[in-house]
Write a protein that binds this ligand. Structure first.
Ligand code: HEC
Length: 171
């Protein structure tokens, strides 16, 4: 009799403890793990990354379009981009004839140089991926080449050319 009482006193806490605090531990771990995974794939982009894209290019200062550089870029574009992109209409990928009216030049260059990370992490590009189903591959690793392609796109933008005012022209 005495022995039985002792046993139940000793056992009681052992039985109660796991029930009280056992449930939460695994789910905490789950949350932490999936959180880390999300941070790796989508991540929290900074305001600068959202605007200028994820990649090596930041804060370009662009002068007037350089026709020689643009014509180099045209050749690169023909060999490396035109299989998927046209200027005037959507194809395998979005039309680029007005891309600089919706994206910053840094964004365009970062997309060219770092498409795989942009596809993974940039919300705007992820949305396009959902629409076009093709992840854009990196075709260009040389920033000078990417810069030339940007110049070509600048030279071809519809509506981005500065219109001469024309006032006071005749005299
Ligand atoms: C294999 C097809 C393919 C090739 C080649 C390709 N792209 Fe893309 N590009 C895409 C697709 C598809 C998208 C839309 C995002 C996605 O699905 O990855 C895209 C998106 C873009 C965007 C973003 C457009 C926007 O509206 O924001 C730019 C800029 C771009 N590409 C430029 C280029 C340039 C410049 C080249 C050549 C160096 C190139 N792409 C080569 C398929 C391609």
């Amino acid at each position: 009799m005495m022995r039985r009482l002792l046993l139940s006193v000793l056992l009681a806490p052992v039985v109660v403890l796991p029930a009280a605090c056992g449930g939460d531990a695994p789910s905490d771990e789950d949350t932490a793990a999936s959180g880390a995974q999300a941070a790796q794939t989508e991540g929290q982009l900074s305001a600068v990354e959202l605007e200028q894209g994820v990649g090596p290019i930041r804060d370009l200062e662009l002068g007037p379009v350089d026709p020689a550089l643009a014509s180099q870029g045209e050749t690169f574009f023909a060999t490396k981009c035109s299989a998927c992109h046209k200027l005037e209409e959507r194809f395998v990928a979005p039309a680029l004839g007005e891309v600089l009216s919706r994206r910053r030049p840094e964004f365009v260059m970062n997309m060219i140089l770092n498409a795989d990370e942009m596809v993974q992490r940039h919300p705007v590009i992820r949305e396009l991926l959902a629409e076009f189903y093709t992840p854009m591959p990196v075709q260009v690793r040389d920033p000078d080449e990417a810069r030339a392609i940007l110049e070509y796109l600048r030279s071809e933008q519809t509506g981005s050319t500065t219109t001469p005012s024309g006032s006071g022209a005749s005299r």
